[in-house]
Design a protein around this ligand. Structure first.
Ligand SMILES: [Zn+2]
Length: 243
């Protein structure tokens, strides 16, 4: 497949990398670099399909199964989404990421504890990425990244993935979250160019999950197609995205 020059971890490579790590704990980078392909658009995350990719970030605090519930309803509608989980939570509930993979969704790295990576030392930033969900896409918290983070991501085997449509679902008046009607309107009114081969950002802790069924209806009514669920996934999120 022409797109697969992006590294695929062969068992041998993984074994060698593990050996190098075991023998020389301070060796960095321990894995081959994964330079983003020429022309890679971090806002589209490798989505060249024409279809819309829905993404859900962070965690549903106080409702740890919510990601799985959302994942199941998207799967039932034939949709593959990407979940960027904060690993300080996801690592405590490993069944969540496992269930999402089984449901046919992607699970990406959103760091270990959701810091502003640019405000950290290089050593700390690397540790945050390394401590994130094992994947091949990294979504920097707050979309905050620079050249250093792009380089670190590549060294650690990641492509940076942000978004084309921000629902701003976390930002309502007086500290409340925008309701489902407002979220639907935001997506409905977003420019076509941001939806075709686009990436929509929402969060697991907001009203975005409740708004999703309507958002999907609206997108389909507008003639957009969504990333198709073709069955279980692994930690390798391919380039281009097989939507
Ligand atoms: Zn986040």
């Amino acid at each position: 497949m022409p797109g697969s020059r992006k590294r695929a971890r062969s068992p041998l490579t993984s074994a060698l990398a593990a050996l190098v790590l075991a023998l020389v704990p301070t060796a960095v980078p321990a894995t081959a670099t994964a330079a983003a392909p020429a022309g890679y658009d971090h806002q589209r995350c490798g989505n060249t399909s024409g279809r819309v990719l829905l993404t859900l970030d962070d965690w549903s605090y106080g409702d740890d199964d919510r990601a799985v519930t959302v994942g199941r309803s998207l799967q039932r509608r034939g949709i593959r989404a990407a979940f960027f989980l904060v690993n300080s939570y996801a690592s405590r509930y490993p069944k969540v990421a496992a269930a999402l993979h089984t449901q046919g969704h992607w699970v990406g790295n959103h760091t270990y504890s959701h810091p502003h990576l640019r405000q950290l030392s290089e050593r700390e930033a690397r540790a945050e990425i390394r401590g994130g969900v094992d994947s091949t896409l990294l979504r920097p918290p707050y979309g905050d990244f620079g050249d250093r983070e792009t380089r670190l991501a590549e060294e650690l085997g990641y492509r940076i993935c942000t978004w084309t449509v921000d629902t701003r679902d976390w930002e309502g008046p007086d500290g409340t979250f925008p309701g489902t009607a407002a979220l639907r309107a935001t997506v409905r009114d977003a420019p076509a160019a941001d939806k075709r081969s686009g990436v929509i950002l929402g969060h697991l802790f907001s009203h975005f999950p409740e708004a999703l069924p309507g958002i999907v209806d609206d997108l389909r009514d507008q003639g957009y197609r969504l990333c198709r669920n073709t069955g279980p996934t692994t930690h390798v999120i391919p380039y281009p995205l097989n939507c």
